[in-house]
Structure formats: structure tokens, C-alpha cells
Design a protein around this ligand. Structure first.
Ligand code: PLP
Length: 365
């Protein structure tokens, strides 16, 4: 089945007379559950929910491995760290990964006695740090610099040393890249972003290659309780059906915009893995089906970037990415990422590319 078909049908129950295609959200704290707890598939709402079950089945089909949903991308990341890392363990992170993942590892997990080492995503430089590690954490393409590493090569080197591998697949989504098929043990994502794509919910998930790895993730979720509300998960499932449509449009728009930006004299360092000039374009072409919706570029300084953001009429000035609305922000305003003051991270949405290009042209100096 083609991904475009699979994503429309993923997780939908078998047709039943007069039933909706996607049953509405189930709102429940306790469920009727008399007798032996194991005789009731649902007994308490922190542990399971039928709306989660359908969405988790959908994600499992797309990821290629059993999946659990979480209240946010950060909750999903915390679950993998929390389920795998113990005092004395070493974790290897990308030094350019989503900054709160780094903050959580080097703050909380360092205090718990975990050794945290970091290397950049580019040139597979995390390979140098693998000896003695328990977990290798990858993020490719990395956010916001869009560097790319070779998942299969890093997995091979990690597994040869008994190191587990997790990939934050947020920027690519499972239609753009399949970490489990490339050998990773965990595929983790913020579903707040492109997977759901409508800027209206916070959600995350963890998928695993070996079903036994799900036990620790489930235990973490049950005990920490970072669970999503059924309404968010239902909305996410509804939005998932258009992921292929959105991604195709967003990626085509992103490539056209990236190409345009490379020709503009006021713009430097245009980054998009789909650009032939991207340092890891060949690897990205091998590893990814879609290059994602983010284009990064640099203007002269903070003031020039701010002028661009204010002059644009179509692009919302906002953080986050993946949504069908085009957005952009001056990334250095947050601190935490090693980027120039005029660095802009743009999320390219589903608007007509002619309108976006015209807007960008009038907003640039
Ligand atoms: N991973 C990446 C790559 C992200 O960009 C983000 C958020 O920006 C997260 C994880 C965290 O996701 P959430 O905001 O859903 O907790």
C-alpha cells in the first residue's frame, strides 16, 4: 500500500454498520471494570483509552513498530531517557538537537548520575563518542540548523557496541523518514508539529523496533502520568489523514522558496536538505522520502531579520513548525541554539507558493 493510502486509513476500525469511520473521543477516568482487572481491557484513564489505542495503531502502521502516545514531545523524550538511563550510564546527544532535550539531559539526568556527551549532527561526528555509551540520541534533520546524519551507519556502529539508538524524527515525520526501518530502536516525535500540522494541540509519541522495549516506556508513562487528553488525540488522528497531502505541498513550497532565497543578495546560508547545495543532500536523498517543511536562512543582523518578519504579510511571526500555516521566527531570540543573530527558521505552509514567494520578495530588502 502506498503511504498516501496508508495515512488516510491508518488506525481506522473495520467498517461497522452505522458506525463513524473514526469513532469520537472517549472521555473516561475510571471505566466499568468488575472483577479481575485483567479481564477489562480498559479500567483507568491514565493507563489506557480507546481513542489513544486507535491513534497508536495508526502511528504503529506508519512507524513500523508498536507505539505509545504522550502528552507532548518532551514527555516522549523524557520517557526514552527515563526508561533507559540509570546512574553511571552515558548518553550521546547531538550538540545541535532541540535545545530542551539537551537541557533536560545535561540538567536533570546529569544530576541523576548520567554522563552526557554531545557532538554535532553533521559528518556523523557522534560516532566518535560511542564507546561505553548506553544510548545514542539522534535528531536528523536537526532543528533548527537542518544538518543530516546517516542513521543506518550510526545504528550499525552503535549496535556493534551494544548501544541503543533513538531518533527524534519530528522534523521529518514517519512519512518523510523511517528510523525503525533504518535500524533505530526508538523513533520519537513531537506530534505538535508536522504530524498533526494544524497548530492546535500538543502531543508526542514513542515507537519501538523491538516490542519488548515498549514495556519500559509504558511503565514510565503509567507512573509519570504524562498522558494526553482524548480530545487532542482524536484531533491528531483526524489531522493525520491529510499528512501526505500537507507534506507534499509543504515540501514542494519549501524547495521553491529555498531555491529563490539562494538567489537573493540579502540572504546567506540558506539551509534545506532538498537543495542540491546542502552539504548532506545526497545522504538526505537516500535516507528521506520528503525533506520537511523547514527552511533556514540568515539575514545581515537581528534588526534586518526583525524587519523581514514585520514586513511579511502572510508569514506569521511565531515559533514551532510543521503547520499548514507559514510561520517564521528569529531563532536567536530564545538563546539555546548556536545561530547567528539574523538566523531565521521558516516553516513553509500549504499556501499557494506564488503568494508566499511574492510576500517574501516584498519583505526582503
Ligand atoms: N523535538 C523537536 C525536534 C522539537 O522541535 C520539539 C519542540 O519544538 C520537541 C521535540 C518538543 O516537543 P513538544 O513541544 O511537543 O513538547
Amino acid at each position: 500500500m502506498k503511504p498516501a493510502t496508508r495515512v488516510v486509513r491508518a488506525g481506522l476500525p473495520a467498517p461497522q454498520q452505522s458506525a463513524p469511520y473514526l469513532p469520537g473521543p472517549t472521555f473516561a477516568a475510571p471505566y466499568h471494570a468488575a472483577g479481575e482487572p485483567s479481564s477489562a481491557p480498559y479500567n483507568y484513564g491514565r493507563l489506557h483509552n480507546p481513542t489513544w489505542t486507535l491513534f497508536e495503531q495508526a502511528l504503529a502502521e506508519l512507524e513500523g513498530g508498536p507505539t505509545l502516545v504522550f502528552a507532548s514531545g518532551m514527555a516522549a523524550i523524557a520517557a526514552v531517557f527515563g526508561a533507559t538511563l540509570r546512574p553511571g550510564d552515558k548518553v550521546v546527544l547531538p550538540s545541535d538537537s532541540y535545545y530542551l532535550a539537551r537541557v533536560m539531559a545535561s540538567g536533570y539526568f546529569t544530576q541523576m548520575g548520567v554522563q552526557v556527551v554531545m557532538s554535532p549532527t553533521a559528518n556523523n561526528s557522534q560516532l566518535e563518542q560511542l564507546d561505553g555509551a548506553k544510548l545514542l540520541w539522534l535528531e536528523t534533520p536537526s532543528n533548527p540548523n537542518l544538518d543530516v546524519c546517516d542513521i543506518a551507519a550510526l545504528v550499525e556502529a552503535a549496535h556493534a557496541r551494544g548501544v541503543l539508538v533513538a531518533v527524534d524524527n519530528t522534523t521529518a515525520t514517519p512519512l518523510g523518514q523511517q528510523p525503525l526501518a533504518l535500524g533505530a530502536d526508538f523513533s520519537v516525535a513531537s506530534d505538535t508539529k508536522g504530524l498533526t500540522g494544524h497548530s492546535d494541540l500538543i502531543l508526542g509519541h514513542v515507537a519501538v523496533r523491538e516490542p519488548s522495549l515498549l514495556d519500559g516506556i509504558r511503565m514510565w508513562r503509567n507512573q509519570i502520568g504524562a498522558v494526553p487528553g482524548p480530545m487532542e488525540v482524536w484531533l491528531a488522528h483526524r489531522s493525520l489523514a491529510t499528512l501526505h497531502l500537507r507534506l507534499e505541498r509543504q515540501c514542494a513550497n519549501a524547495l521553491a522558496i529555498a531555491r529563490y532565497l539562494t538567489t537573493h543578495p540579502a540572504v546567506t546560508d540558506v539551509r534545506y536538505p532538498g537543495l542540491e547545495g546542502h552539504p548532506a543532500h545526497e545522504l538526505a536523498a537516500r535516507q528521506m522520502r520528503y525533506y520537511g517543511s523547514i527552511v533556514s536562512f540568515t539575514l545581515a543582523d537581528a534588526a534586518a531579520a526583525q524587519r523581514f518578519l514585520s514586513a511579511s504579510k502572510l508569514i506569521y511571526e511565531a515559533t514551532s513548525f510543521g503547520s499548514l500555516h507559514s510561520t517564521a521566527e528569529r531563532r536567536a531570540r530564545w538563546g539555546g541554539d548556536v545561530v547567528a543573530a539574523g538566523f531565521i527558521r521558516m516553516n513553509v505552509g500549504c499556501e499557494a507558493v506564488e503568494d508566499l514567494l511574492a510576500d517574501i520578495e516584498q519583505a526582503l530588502p
